[in-house]
Design a protein around this ligand. Structure first.
Ligand code: ATP
Length: 633
């Protein structure tokens, strides 16, 4: 089912003078949501109509009970028991139907509202996941959370009172017919109330639209600021920035508070008028009814019926006001939701499949250039090949384009010019699942889900997530290859250990090894390691990489490397300077022939030696401290 895009719009439309369409756009939004969940709407609306029908019937029953039972009893001093019982049964019966239909109305409204919310959240999530990295780089996570929560909720808010309002509309139509059948003067009072009510709501909606838009924007802003602060809580604490962050959050929250107070003020100005109008109409109708009764135009039963009908109408008519009152916010929320759903990326996938083999793949970069959206050209004329089963090390100074190249190899981004091919097929022509099965990218900053070790490695992939020994064997093989089996064995529950949000219960090196195991478990044909083992001990890193090279299922490997021992393991080194390949060849040859390469690798080596020396020094210091403390004890 495709989402109706009747109200799809840039949220900025609202600020650009489109406020006059707010009622129309709001009603179209409601129409879209009804089409999305027609059954619960039908249940809710049917419940509401039965409820209002019963309420109207009650007006007639009350009129009949007063005129046919109460007045004769008062005048004659007696009344037939059968008539009393009939009156009681009629009142009880209509009340039972009213209450059950009220349940149906509420259940229908709830199922519809939360059903639409769930559907839109699913679509937003699917869209987020389909959009390219470049889109995500421009949209803060907090804003995306706000799209999926506050905006979806605002867009669907009118659904809660919608069935009630539909029932009320039905009630109004029937009541108008009844009023005209009873007396034209009373009918005119009712007729006058509705245009006034709608006019008042139209003015309210127009005034509310820009305020509601601002409030939704600020909600997203507060969410973005909050998300960033909480995400970077450790940095904030370590740098002593708590006060500054609190100030930043307070400023955003204060703006949202002011905007919401503005919304509240407008509601406060209009809602009493919207709610009071039907009450005034009841009063006028009673006065007109009394005058008409005294003039002999209507009898007592008709007067009681009409008065009761007006009084029971006064409250439900407010439901129409609730729906109309929620329309401006819903239009804003819907526009923001549609803005995400309509976002297009340049990452369409093709339908070509790679051969179903586990043999290592060939990766080719052919005259590839890439510029970031801000115009910065990160790569130029990059041409090289990773032959099947070989390891190519990407070496270059900071900012030379290594990560950009790794992202191109895994098709997180597409080249501006040139082509990246896997087994001779342009990555853009490949089916998404086929590409994901063949290539695995492991990044420097590992992402660990708040789940077990097993779930983090298996990721629900077929052959890995089953309960059997075979799945476990594959997981353990991957853990061994990633040098992670010892620490996982030492965890309290082994594979079933919960590792906490982002793997907080693990060290940086352990997290890196788990993400490497995750990549290896899928038996990729091309492995792209973007400084993926930087937090792992250098000796262990060398063991892991030489193990990968020697494994019987060796994949082709493209590795962003900094350590001399790692670089030396590669069959070929690709040296990047300022986004261009300035040298290629075996490590030993480049050391001899390309001085900038030799300088960089020597600098890496020196830095590594210093780190190791510092580490050893720290260890010795700690040991000396312990000796000292033990001696003192
Ligand atoms: N999202 C982005 N928008 C704009 N420019 C970017 C973006 N990401 C990276 N760059 C720029 O592109 C260039 C290459 O970046 P890249 O991350 O590929 O370098 P790198 O060699 O991996 O660096 P490092 O070794 O520090 O990780 C750098 O100048 C960087 O500033």
């Amino acid at each position: 089912m495709t989402l109706p895009t009747g109200t799809a719009a840039d949220p900025d439309d609202l600020a650009a003078g489109a406020d006059e369409h707010i009622l129309g756009r709001g009603l179209r939004n409601i129409g879209d949501m009804i089409r999305l969940k027609p059954k619960p709407f039908a249940v809710g609306a049917a419940g509401a109509m039965i409820n209002t029908g019963m309420t109207l019937l009650l007006s007639y029953i009350v009129g009949w009970v007063v005129a046919g039972i109460a007045v004769p009893a008062y005048e004659n001093g007696e009344v037939a028991l059968g008539t009393v019982l009939l009156g009681a049964a009629a009142l009880l019966g209509t009340s039972i139907i009213r209450f059950s239909s009220m349940c149906a109305r509420r259940i229908g409204a709830g199922v519809m509202q939360f059903g639409v919310q769930a559907e839109w959240r699913r679509r937003i999530t699917r869209r987020y996941l389909a959009l390219p990295v470049s889109w995500h780089q421009k949209h803060p996570t907090g804003t995306l959370l706000s799209n999926a929560n506050a905006d979806v909720e605002a867009a669907t808010r009118p659904l809660a009172p919608l069935p009630f309002a539909c029932g009320t509309l039905f009630m109004v139509v029937v009541a108008m017919i009844a009023f005209f059948a009873i007396d034209w003067a009373i009918a005119l009072v009712a007729l006058g109330m509705f245009p006034a009510l709608f006019a008042l709501n139209a003015v309210f909606a127009t005034k509310m639209a820009p305020r509601a838009k601002r409030a939704q924007e600020l909600r997203a802003e507060v969410s973005a600021v909050g998300h960033e602060s909480f995400d970077g809580a450790l940095v904030v604490k370590a740098m002593g920035r708590e006060a500054a962050e609190t100030e930043r959050f307070s400023a955003s929250a204060g703006e949202l508070r002011d905007a919401m107070i503005g919304v509240g003020r407008l509601r406060a100005a209009f809602e009493p008028a919207i709610a009071g109008l039907p009450e005034i109409a009841v009063l006028v109708a009673l006065l007109v009814g009394l005058a008409r009764f005294e003039a002999g135009a209507i009898n007592l039963e008709q007067l009681v019926t009409v008065s009761f009908m007006f009084s029971v109408l006064a409250f439900p008519v407010r439901a129409i006001g609730w729906v109309l009152g929620d329309l401006p916010g819903s239009v804003v929320g819907r526009a923001r939701v549609d803005h995400v759903l309509a976002a297009t990326g340049d990452m369409a996938y093709g339908d070509k499949q790679l051969p179903a083999t586990t043999a290592p793949a060939t990766l080719e970069f052919d005259a590839v250039a890439y510029a970031y959206p801000d115009g910065h050209e990160a790569l130029r004329e990059v041409t090289f090949t990773v032959a099947p089963g070989t390891t190519v090390a990407l070496v270059g100074a900071t900012g030379s384009g290594k990560s950009t190249l790794a992202h191109l190899a895994a098709r997180l981004i597409d080249p501006g010019r040139g082509t990246v091919r896997l087994d001779g097929t342009d990555l853009r022509d490949l089916d998404h699942a086929s590409l994901a099965r063949s290539t695995a990218l492991v990044q420097q900053i590992p992402f660990i889900f708040d789940d077990t070790v097993r779930a983090n490695i298996a990721l629900d992939r077929p052959g890995l997530s089953g309960a059997g020994d075979e799945s476990d064997d594959r997981l353990w093989d991957a853990l061994v290859a990633a040098g992670a089996e010892k620490f996982v064995l030492n965890l309290d529950d082994g594979l079933d250990t919960e590792v906490g949000e982002r793997g907080t219960s693990l060290s940086g090196g352990q997290r890196q090894r788990l993400t490497l195991a995750r990549a290896l478990a899928g038996s990729p044909r091309l492995l792209v390691l973007d400084d993926a083992t930087s937090a792992v001990d250098p000796k262990v890193e060398s063991q892991i990489l030489s193990g990968l090279k020697d494994s019987s299922e060796a994949a082709s490997v493209l590795v962003v490397a900094y350590r001399r021992a790692t670089i030396a393991l590669a069959d070929e080194v690709v040296f990047l300077e300022g986004g261009r390949i300035t040298a290629r060849g075996p490590h030993t040859e480049l050391l001899r022939t390309h001085p900038p390469y030799a300088d960089l690798v020597t600098a890496y080596e020196r830095a590594e030696a210093e780190r190791e020396f510092d580490g050893e020094f720290d260890r010795e210091l700690a040991a000396a401290d312990t000796d000292h403390e033990e001696g003192a004890a």
